[in-house]
Ligand binder design. Structure first.
Ligand code: PLP
Length: 422
């Protein structure tokens, strides 16, 4: 039978999240799929005004025969399209005053690939025989990182402090007393806003992390997949900061273009250049269609306007509506808390007296036609979670779906929870 390398086994073997995503996909494709309320996935909403812009942009490209032929028939250089990189850097200079240029930018086939490259570059076995890990200041954190390990065991995560804001809401904060940044820390990494919780680390927390990273001369990596300036699914006023030594990743996916697979890494020139080489080795070049669609909108400011004036208010309204539905359907029938919704596309619900693990809750809800994501998957980078029931009491649900779908989904979740709490 097929002989597999250790790395091969790890990257192609069991993955909790791949299994779950397969399961979600199968459920949706099945006979009952049309009646399923999909509150599980990470797809952006189909925002009509935004989709119209993407169709227009594609049409404009198709109408420009020469440009279109070049786009389709030529490989981009592995760093990405030079014009796009310059326009992206220029937009960051203009919006934030950051001192960055095209050599600080490397394009990847999606943010997901960017993280695989970054973790592989920085963490694992070092030439001096030591082993370095990526520090995740808070779990729950983005599940997509967890299996991106060419060498096993590259994550070291920490539990947050839990701030109870009122009876039904809470917020995670970094427990700086617990954090240990050492010689074997490769980098510090956070998603902001965080998938799955919708948490947005405060500017103070980010500044504190940046100081810790700078003291050790290691990168602070900030994942802006939902963040500023694009798509700006951030509901709190924040002041993003980039300084030399930091790495930021951006993506066109949550703007409604996940199909174009476009990730953007902002970093010191050395890291940007190494990412470029990794793209060349692994995939020759990137998909160039998303870059071509978006580039003129960077220059004109249309992308910023779309993000701030359409996308942000759209998701913020969706979030508020979903929270009202939760208050209405859950009532005071059982204990629950919702993480303060500060960004991204999700609500993170905590049931502190849940009598079963959320994996089982997931299965029961699926039976009843509602798909959510059990929270357990987002707690990784720790050896032993058995003394932390919180890690088995949370679920993630997206609010990006149609209003009736979210409403009836929440109603069924409420009904199941009432039964469970007897
Ligand atoms: N980072 C976060 C926090 C995400 O939620 C996602 C996608 O869901 C990604 C990165 C990767 O997205 P993409 O590869 O489509 O850019």
């Amino acid at each position: 039978h097929l002989q597999l390398s250790k790395t091969g086994q790890r990257l192609s073997g069991h993955s909790g999240i791949v299994e779950l995503m397969d399961d979600l996909g199968t459920a949706l494709a099945g006979a009952a799929g049309t009646n399923l309320r999909m509150l599980g996935g990470g797809n952006p909403a189909h925002v009509p005004e935004v989709q119209a812009v993407w169709r227009e942009r594609l049409q404009a490209i198709v109408n420009d025969t020469k440009f279109c032929d070049r786009m389709l028939a030529n490989y981009d250089g592995p760093a990405g399209n030079p014009r796009f990189r310059e326009s992206f850097a220029a937009s960051l200079r203009e919006i934030y005053g950051w001192d960055v240029g095209p050599d600080n930018i490397a394009i990847t086939n999606g943010g997901q690939t960017a993280f695989f490259f970054l973790f592989t570059l920085l963490a694992g076995d070092m030439p001096d025989g030591t082993f370095r890990k990526v520090l995740l200041p808070i779990v729950p954190e983005y599940i997509g990182y967890s299996d991106q390990q060419v060498t096993e065991g590259i994550f070291q995560s920490y539990r947050p402090r839990i701030d109870h804001l009122d009876k039904h809401s809470f917020k995670y904060r970094i427990d700086f007393d617990a954090l240990e940044v050492t010689d074997s820390t490769a980098a510090i990494c956070v998603s902001r806003p965080t998938n799955p919780t919708g948490n947005v680390l405060t500017d103070e927390e980010v500044a504190h992390l940046a100081t810790l990273a700078a003291e050790r001369e290691i990168p602070l990596i900030i994942d802006n997949a939902y963040g500023e300036p694009y798509p700006a699914a951030v509901f709190e006023p924040i002041q993003p900061v980039w300084n030399p030594g930091m790495v930021m990743s951006f993506s066109l996916s949550k703007l409604g273009l996940p199909g174009t697979r476009t990730g953007i890494v902002l970093a010191d020139e050395e890291i940007a250049s190494r990412i470029r080489t990794m793209t060349g080795i692994v995939g020759l070049a990137n998909n160039n269609i998303g870059q071509a669609m978006v580039e003129p909108m960077l220059r004109s400011g249309q992308l910023l306007q779309l993000s701030r004036e359409v996308i942000r208010p759209y998701y913020q309204a969706k979030s508020q509506l979903a929270q009202q539905m939760i208050a209405r359907h859950f009532g005071d029938d059982f204990p629950y808390l919702v993480h303060r919704s500060e960004g991204a596309f999700f609500l993170w619900l905590w049931f502190p007296e849940l009598p079963i693990a959320t994996r089982e809750l997931y299965a029961r809800l699926k039976e009843r036609g509602v798909l959510i994501v059990p929270g357990e998957y987002f707690f990784f980078g720790q050896d032993d979670l058995s003394d932390w029931p919180h890690s088995r009491q949370c679920i993630r649900m997206t609010f990006s779906q149609a209003e009736e779908v979210v409403d009836s989904g929440i109603q069924i979740i409420a009904d199941e929870l009432r039964k469970l709490h007897g």
